[in-house]
Write a protein that binds this ligand. Structure first.
Ligand code: ADP
Length: 390
């Protein structure tokens, strides 16, 4: 291959001071290497050149460059193979390919493989500097956004830790004192004092639920909760959810029915995440129901997904509220719901989990008639390659 750097005069294009400066050039053409080094060093870059891809790749972990310029057509290791290997050891380095006109389609392949830009031969010193400056600026921006992302994650992590330790612990303690006080001094308290203490107990309970839900959402958002590779038996968690709401259902005069297809395979997803969805939907269906109302929980396979439906004959949801229902802290405010305690986080949590497990959640409702939530979760056979319920 002949050197094809056309001298078009030297305009100064110096990289921003104190920022990305190290550039590697890999090309089997020595004249090309010398020309690139001369042009880029004059422009203030630190340049290392290699006539074999393997040499350049070996050097990357020792002194990582911000930008790698690689010729696509080389004997032994070609440019595409170099890109692949470099990506395995350094995800940050910006790669630009040098290519002859005859290999434009290969340049497109290189960009698909992770190259950021390409420089067709012949090129002028200005074109070379432009590509290198642009690549190094891209590296700088990528590093900056990585740093900001890390800072944000760290701030979130610290905040979650702060909330759980500094807020939750004293609230739990205060609630426990009230529980003990109300239990041990029942007969000695005046009705008024009792009423106030019970109110304080209820408010503390609500606040603890809010913190609990908020922490659950924060953990899910950090991606540390849902496990798609686990498998779960749905009837088991539905049974637990029904048992858990039984006292409230009985107190509210609501009947809960379960219809699960006996042949339903295992679901792809961890038990805790799926139980959170089922518990939230079933408890809402009871909470927003009416005396004499009904809740029906159905589940069956639908292609590669499990379809879980929670249908109630409750108060229903106004049309204008439906688009906001899965937003964090959103609650429908009507005369019927005003006195029902809640955090407005349950459905946001359900949606997040369903999506993280590769599924979906939707709602249909009619005011005064009832509501139907439909959740689709991949069956284990699709998600993890196996699994019929024992
Ligand atoms: P919470 O119940 O704690 O307020 P959710 O996120 O679970 O929070 O629900 C958000 C809102 O959606 C609720 O405040 C309620 O107004 C409405 N909602 C949820 N489920 C139902 C249901 N089955 N029937 C009627 N309204 C419901």
């Amino acid at each position: 291959m002949t050197a094809q750097v056309m001298d078009a005069g030297m305009r100064t294009a110096v990289p921003p001071a104190g920022e990305a400066r190290r550039v590697f050039v890999i090309d089997d053409d020595d004249i090309m290497l010398v020309s690139c080094r001369r042009i880029l060093e004059k422009a203030g870059y630190e340049v290392e050149t290699f006539s074999h891809g393997a040499e350049g790749i070996r050097r990357i972990p020792e002194a990582p460059p911000q930008l790698l310029l690689v010729d696509l057509k080389m004997p032994e290791l070609d440019g595409l193979q170099v890109i692949e290997r470099v990506r395995e050891i350094d995800e940050d380095v910006v790669i630009a390919v040098i290519t002859g006109y005859a290999t434009i389609s290969t340049a497109v392949d290189a960009m698909k493989a992770g190259a950021y830009d390409f420089l067709p031969k012949p090129f002028t010193p200005d074109e070379l500097r432009l590509i290198v400056n642009r690549g190094c600026e891209r590296w700088r921006l990528a590093m900056e956004s990585k740093r900001l992302r890390r800072e944000k994650e760290e701030a979130e992590r610290r905040f979650v830790t702060f909330v759980s330790h500094q807020l939750k612990s004293p609230l739990v303690a205060a609630k426990q004192y009230l529980d003990v006080l109300l239990y041990t001094h029942k007969g000695e308290l005046s009705p008024r004092t009792s009423e106030w203490l019970v109110r304080a107990q209820v408010r503390l309970g609500e606040m603890l639920n809010l913190i609990q839900d908020w922490l659950a959402l924060a953990r899910i958002e950090r991606g540390t909760v849902c496990d798609r590779t686990a498998t779960t038996d749905l009837p088991g968690i539905v049974r637990q959810a029904v048992d858990a709401v039984a006292p409230q259902a009985e107190a509210a005069g609501v009947t809960v029915e379960v219809e699960i297809a006996p042949s339903l395979p295992l679901l792809g997803g961890d038990e805790a995440s799926l139980a959170t969805i089922v518990t939230n939907l079933v408890s809402n269906a009871v909470k927003y129901n009416r005396v004499g109302g009904r809740v029906t929980i159905r589940a069956a396979a639908e292609g590669t997904m499990a379809l879980l439906e929670v249908v109630d004959t409750g108060i229903g949801i106004p049309d204008q509220a439906i688009p906001h229902l899965f937003e964090e802290f959103y609650r429908v405010r009507t005369d019927q719901t005003r006195h029902i305690a809640g955090t407005g986080l349950g459905l946001a949590i359900c949606k997040r989990i369903a999506h993280d497990l590769g599924g979906s959640i939707e709602v249909a409702s009619r005011v005064g008639e009832g509501t139907r939530f439909a959740v689709r979760i991949p069956l284990a056979a699709t998600a993890a390659g196996g699994g019929v319920r024992a």
